[in-house]
Design a protein around this ligand. Structure first.
Ligand code: CA
Length: 245
């Protein structure tokens, strides 16, 4: 268990006063803080310093915050991200959540609100990692469903001799579907259990992660046989492939 003094937060913010202010105040709260003035520097610092959490401004010179986030998630980084957006950027905020941000704050925000959200996200992501360790054992290590092999110890899926690494969210979605295999799991249930918040304006976040998960578990993403859509209700994990019948 890491102590607070080891918890590194990366602040990606182009406004010098806000950047310096956040660094100063978060350090007073006991965090280690690194800063970046733009997205390119931010991505470099994520790679080099491996922060526990990223505060990501959306309006950045050059690469916008949403692109930084997309790059992070596309390259397999699951570092928790809190988006910092200005009023009137609701569309970007929603896009950010769909791209895999963990929470957001809207400028101007108070320090107590920000630190509460940081603590909540860290608690959730660390608890998620711990719960994952417990559930992996419950699900028995390696499971085989028709052409699909799931290794819960390594968070990998294998199909047709090809192995894929699952992201944290993909693994948690898959685990919930497999635990309830044969039953419908609603998008709201997935949002609540996997993300832990219910105030999302849309459930497209779930659909986007399901789409990414399908690329790994399905032979044909257009005709899924494992992670099946139940229209109007949610998703269902099928244990037996009906392919070719
Ligand atoms: Ca900015």
């Amino acid at each position: 268990m890491s102590t607070l003094s080891e918890t590194l937060i990366l602040v990606v913010e182009d406004e010098p006063d806000l950047r310096a202010g956040l660094k100063h105040n978060l350090e007073l709260e006991g965090y280690k803080v690194e800063t970046a003035a733009d997205g390119t520097e931010g991505l470099r610092r994520v790679r080099d310093s491996r922060p526990a959490l990223i505060l990501l401004d959306l309006m950045l010179p050059g690469m916008p915050g949403t692109e930084v986030l997309r790059h992070l998630r596309d390259t397999g980084s699951e570092t928790p991200v809190i988006i910092v957006s200005a009023r009137g950027q609701d569309g970007d905020k929603v896009q950010g959540l769909e791209l895999g941000a963990d929470d957001y704050v809207t400028k101007p925000f108070g320090l107590s609100e920000l630190t509460a959200r940081i603590r909540a996200v860290l608690r959730r992501t660390q608890a998620g990692a711990k719960a994952g360790a417990g559930d992996k054992t419950a699900l028995g290590g390696v499971m085989q469903f028709a052409d699909l092999t799931i290794d819960w110890r390594r968070f990998t899926v294998a199909r047709d001799g090809q192995e894929h690494q699952l992201s944290r969210y993909e693994a948690e979605i898959l685990r919930m579907l497999v635990e309830h295999r044969g039953e419908v799991v609603s998008r709201q249930d997935l949002l609540r259990k996997v993300w832990g918040y219910v105030h999302l304006p849309t459930t497209r976040t779930v659909d986007n992660h399901i789409a990414r998960l399908r690329k790994k578990v399905e032979r044909d993403v257009e005709n899924p046989v494992h992670v099946v859509t139940v229209h109007g209700l949610g998703y269902r994990f099928e244990t037996e492939s009906t392919e070719g019948t």
